[in-house]
Design a protein. Structure first.
Length: 315
């Protein structure tokens, strides 16, 4: 190897170290800290109750506990890789509290059986020479899985309680920002309808037709929401200062096709389409999001699959 290459190698290593250090922001550090504390709690509980025949070991028990801790940390890293590249759920704090909680739940569902398998394999290869019952078997795996699942549940409760105030504050802030964005959208004049070709559509009157002779004629700005009811759709709109309800024999797909030129009319749920211009406020928490409508005060649910799309539209 030439002297030039020897000189460049430390520089490359330093650059890699710098990149790694820059990536280790506060979020990553907190995540590592949480994983470290969780694995330490798991090892502490195992040290206290001494499953897997740990009671027969002397000083070697500490070595096994250290190895189990390392396996726990490795399993957490491997689960993060699976979530990011297989499940397509990268770590993100920009998608709201619901996304964070859902991702943490998936993390536990993947990590628990994975770390149980790693510990069960370690029992077989490193601990079965003294304790015959540590041989690899389905019953041993199930035993390990039950223990780790219980510990994971306890650890999850601890972190949920610890971060409860943070989650509540984040939910309130997220809801406040969404309502601000909604008001801006309503006041920005975007309810002057835009066709697919990008030209302004000055016709505000629209006729919604079903598969039979029934039809509903209304001002597009007066539409509140549309709900699927069996083989019919319920069209709720204002008319002469009153709220009217009309039933049409049609599908939500037909309604979507008829209203696709109006960007303020969005599909927020399998059974609902709403006019964002008639939404009074957004109510949101970690379990669900709802759109509270003007005039009727009906709370229209937003399905989890449509939450991100709605946030992008409001943003």
């Amino acid at each position: 190897m030439s002297g030039g290459n020897n000189y460049q190698l430390p520089i490359v290593n330093y650059q890699l170290f710098t990149i790694f250090a820059n990536c280790m922001n506060n979020t990553h550090k907190e995540t590592i800290r949480i994983r470290f504390v969780s694995c330490a709690f798991m090892v502490l509980a195992i040290a206290i109750f001494k499953p897997f025949g740990l009671g027969v070991w002397q000083w070697q028990a500490y070595v096994h506990l250290l190895a189990i801790f390392a396996l726990g940390m490795f399993s957490c890293f491997l689960t993060e890789v699976i979530l990011r590249f297989v499940v397509r759920m990268p770590r993100s704090y920009d998608r709201g509290v619901g996304y964070i909680i859902s991702r943490n739940l998936r993390f536990q569902c993947i990590n628990t059986p994975l770390v149980s398998l790693l510990i069960c394999l370690y029992r077989h290869f490193a601990m079965s020479d003294v304790v015959e019952g540590n041989k690899l078997s389905l019953s041993n795996y199930l035993e390990t899985l039950v223990i780790i699942a219980f510990l994971s549940f306890a650890i999850g409760l601890y972190w949920r309680f610890k971060f409860r105030s943070r989650y509540l504050a984040a939910e309130l802030e997220e809801t406040r920002l969404l309502n601000e964005q909604l008001k801006k959208l309503q006041n920005s004049g975007q309810d002057s309808q835009i066709t697919e070709e990008g030209s302004t559509n000055q016709v505000s009157q629209i006729i919604l037709e079903g598969t039979t002779n029934e039809h509903v004629s209304l001002e597009i700005s007066d539409l509140l929401y549309i709900e699927a009811v069996g083989n019919y759709v319920k069209v709720v709109n204002k008319h002469d200062g009153e709220v009217k309800t009309n039933m049409l024999r049609a599908t939500m797909k037909q309604m979507e096709d008829a209203l696709q030129a109006y960007p303020m009319i969005v599909r927020c749920h399998r059974a609902f389409m709403v006019n964002l211009g008639q939404v009074e406020q957004i109510s949101s928490n970690s379990r669900a999001m709802q759109l509270v409508m003007h005039h009727t005060h009906d709370a229209i649910p937003v399905s989890r699959s449509n939450v991100h799309k709605l946030k992008e539209l409001l943003g």
